[in-house]
Ligand binder design. Structure first.
Ligand SMILES: [Zn+2]
Length: 282
């Protein structure tokens, strides 16, 4: 594993991402913490302009008493027994549509504001793009590491050692996160190039910020637009190695989108007793 062979497709990668393999379609590697994963995914989103939704997450699955021990997880292997604790798969926002009510992009290419439009907050065209992003939380049983040339028997002994130590609760482990990231070549049936790559989904931290302000009783759209801009330029820009694109609507939502989210926050019933929503046209 090394960071050589990087090209313009991957120069956005944070330095703490250790590459396992890379191709035109995917790049795989490891990070060592949830924080590093967050930065990696954030940088990926900014550099590629693609966003993903959770496809599956097995964290609610009942944990097995004896984990399945492996020497290799995907393309990651360091002669240490491993087991996969959790696997999360994200699908490209242009992947299969499982929602009953398909939404379209032209909801935001708006002309006139109508009441009905308010409720369409999520939207993206589904075109069956197969690109998926895989995150695997891997446990390393470090005390049972073997050498590169160790025999089959030696490895079997090591695995037995893992299982025994688990029974006795004396296992010493560390964790890494293996990530498989789709690159441009993995996307099908839609454009990922600049200018048409922006997601219409608002960035979750921007959305949370709106909710935070609404919970304080602040619902003025022009005011929110101003403070959100500052928030993205100051706090959000410190995350990741790539700056959000100044025209990316997921970071810089339009007044209309902000208003939708203010409305949503109020309608959700979380916050009541505030002044009437201040309707501001773009
Ligand atoms: Zn795609």
């Amino acid at each position: 594993m090394d960071n050589e062979g990087q090209n313009s497709h991957t120069d956005w990668l944070p330095t703490n991402f250790k590459i396992c393999t890379s191709s035109e379609e995917y790049i795989t590697g490891i990070v060592s913490s949830e924080e590093e994963l967050k930065h990696l995914l954030e940088s990926h989103k900014r550099a590629s302009g693609t966003s993903y939704t959770v496809w599956s997450d097995d964290s609610h699955k009942k944990q097995k008493v004896t984990p399945r021990c492996l020497w290799k997880v995907e393309d990651y292997s360091e002669h240490v027994p491993l087991s996969v604790k959790r696997r999360v798969i994200y699908a490209c926002q242009h992947g299969k549509n499982y929602k009953k009510t398909p939404t379209t992009d032209d909801l935001y290419t708006e002309h006139e504001y109508t009441r009905r439009k308010r409720f369409h907050i999520q939207n993206s065209k589904k075109v069956d793009c197969p690109a998926k992003l895989y995150v695997r939380y891997v446990v390393r049983y470090d005390q049972f590491a073997v050498t590169k040339t160790s025999s089959r028997t030696e490895r079997q002994v090591a695995i037995k050692g893992v299982l025994e130590s688990l029974k006795e609760k004396t296992t010493v482990t560390s964790e890494i996160i293996h990530v498989k990231i789709p690159l441009e070549g993995a996307h099908k049936n839609h454009n990922t190039s600049q200018n048409c790559h922006f997601s219409n989904n608002i960035h979750y931290m921007v959305r949370d910020k709106i909710q935070e302000y609404v919970s304080l009783g602040i619902t003025s759209v022009p005011f929110l637009k101003k403070v959100l801009k500052t928030f993205v330029q100051k706090e959000l820009s410190e995350m990741g190695s790539v700056l959000p694109h100044p025209q990316d609507p997921s970071y810089y939502p339009s007044s209309h989108v902000i208003q939708n989210h203010v409305h949503q926050a109020l309608v959700c019933g979380k916050y009541s007793g505030f002044d009437q929503l201040q309707v501001e046209k773009n």
